[in-house]
Design a protein around this ligand. Sequence first.
Ligand code: ADP
Ligand code: MG
Length: 254
Amino acid sequence: MTTGLVEIADVRKSFGAHEVLKGVSLTVQPGEVVVILGPSGSGKSTLLRTINHLERVDGGFVAIDGELVGYRPARGRLHELREHEVLRQRAEIGFVFQAFNLFPHLTALENVAEAPVYAQRRPKAEARAKGLELLGRVGLAERAEAYPRQLSGGQQQRVAIARALALDPKVVLFDEPTSALDPELVSEVLDVIRDLASSGTTLIVVTHELGFARDVADRVVFMDDGAIVEEGTPAQIFGAPREERTRAFLSKVI
Ligand code: ADP
Ligand code: MG
């Protein structure tokens, strides 16, 4: 049925009468880094949210590693999965949001180790050791005991990235991970994402950071008005966009 690690096939989504995703198809291969660009309101966040079933699709499907997300086919119909099955699927998908969404009453390390301990019932010592390793990977091993309010925005987002990696996800989704940061903190977060990309983690990144997209993406996808307008290598999209809407968008952002 599927060919990629992430298979998005003709996905449609409406809010009331407003069709926000108008048949989006995108296949992401293992290890691939896909950057999604597009104007505000074009459906980028909604598309990411369909990948882990935070939004139900109205048509089409999403599959991860050959497994349908949110549904099970049986007796010729699709049956929605139960909550615990959806949570199991979500554990395979890391998600980093614009607003870091850390638990304020937990330390950096507790934020990272929380899901392994409580959702997956891993032994605490093991989750802490892995959490420390992940905090080291994002350059924050020495801030493990700090609370979110004691960390800069860039540090909080790096903790959020470590947390997204804690369950060994098959793919990590980023929704404008640097948009809420002061400009001087953007690069430390992009550098961590760059490291992930070069370590072979499969990433789908919504961002307006075109320099990052140019350097790191294997493929750039441009969305507008609920549809993929064009996609290609960074060289193609930035150097020779085929579609007028892509050209207009890039000329505004650069
Ligand atoms: P983007 O991330 O590209 O800015 P979004 O996916 O957030 O776009 O939104 C696409 C469109 O869907 C927008 O018009 C937005 O207002 C609308 N939308 C998103 N979420 C909801 C919702 N929960 N209810 C109603 N409309 C929504
Ligand atoms: Mg968005």
